[in-house]
Design a protein around this ligand. Structure first.
Ligand code: CP
Length: 333
């Protein structure tokens, strides 16, 4: 494995092998496996789990890591091509990223969507431009429309909890005061489809996932016996659900239009997951969310603090699945 950028780059069996390796490393630690190896982590956007779990995972495998948050103690990095750099950024990624890659054995990059131009974000233009500058193993720590590390941890979480492979996975839009990126919903829909699940994307009008994201999930479903559909009918979607995967994202009918998005979402504060959402779900239906989550805005205390909540396990599983990714990228190099 040379790069871990997108779960869709891997066959289902390869994903299952990564999950098996993560379980092995969890049970039988290998504290010297990556001795002497260095992981560079570049965060253009904030993080709690991704940052801490990659550093901890690398340390648990005997390696070390450094973290760069451009503009916070380091030069601000310009990402736009062909610009006159007379603003705040002192250095361009065309120099900065190869320099950082030269100091380490593998590099991870987090660069969220700009959230202004949907085709540009769907094409992962900025991330691909940076990836092309890296001649080392590379990890996507969350890009415009992808979060493969979260998806892998979520798959393991469902395996850990015994969620049926063909169970109903309801990816539900939930309220947030402002538009958030499509990376997690896109990755979660694809992951659950590849796992073979009945994926139902539940969202209000105006928040349909882009056709490109739905089509990608449908291709995964076709390869694994799953299915993918969208609805705005909450009761119907939640009936028989095995998983309610809550996630916030921006309006796709007015992508990049901050005021238009705000107008749409202002009427949607009732899209906060509460206990009554589970009334007709499977008895052991679980709540998933990648975190961070706004309590009583996206998900109510009564759900987050109940045995239904799997959010801590999802976050915990980031560590072991990423250790498996690091192991595959770096062991033996
Ligand atoms: N879920 C997730 O990626 O968390 P962070 O943004 O805190 O890394």
């Amino acid at each position: 494995m040379k790069r871990f950028l997108d779960l869709a780059d891997f066959e289902r069996d390869e994903v299952l092998a990564l999950l098996e390796l993560s379980r092995r490393l969890e049970k039988y630690p290998e504290p010297h496996a990556l001795a002497g190896k260095i992981l560079g982590l570049v965060f253009f956007n904030p993080s709690l789990r991704t940052l801490a779990s990659f550093q901890a995972g690398m340390a648990r495998l005997g390696g070390s890591s450094f973290v760069i948050t451009p503009g916070q103690g380091t030069w601000q990095l310009e990402t736009r091509p062909a610009v006159v750099m007379d603003g705040a950024a002192a250095e361009h990624v065309r120099e900065g990223i190869p320099v950082l890659a030269s100091y380490c054995d593998a590099l991870g990059i987090r660069a969220f969507a700009e959230g202004k131009d949907l085709p540009n974000d769907l094409a992962e233009t900025a991330f691909h431009a940076m990836a092309s500058l890296v001649d080392k193993p590379l990890i996507n720590l969350e890009s415009a429309v992808n979060h493969p590390c979260q998806a892998l941890a979520d798959w393991k979480t469902m395996d850990d909890l015994g969620v049926p492979r063909s169970g109903r996975f309801v990816l539900s839009w939930v309220y947030h005061p402002r538009a958030l990126p499509l990376a997690v919903p896109a990755a979660a829909a694809h992951m659950a489809a590849l796992r073979g699940m009945e994926v139902v994307v539940l969202r209000p009008d105006g928040f349909a996932l882009p056709p490109e994201i739905m089509e990608r999930a449908r291709r995964a479903a076709a390869s694994s016996g799953g299915s993918v559909r969208e609805t705005s009918e909450r009761e119907e979607a939640l009936a028989g659900a095995h998983i309610v995967y809550a996630k916030e994202w921006g309006a796709t009918t007015c992508y990049g239009d901050v005021e238009g998005d705000a107008r749409l979402r202002s009427a949607l504060t009732s899209w906060c997951v509460r206990s009554d959402w589970f009334a007709r779900a499977a008895a052991d239906c679980r709540l998933m969310h990648c975190l961070p989550v706004r309590r009583n805005t996206a998900v109510a205390d009564e759900v987050l603090d109940s045995p239904r909540s799997a959010v801590q396990r999802e976050a915990y599983n980031r560590l072991s699945v990423q250790m498996a990714v690091l192991y595959q990228l770096l062991k033996g190099l």
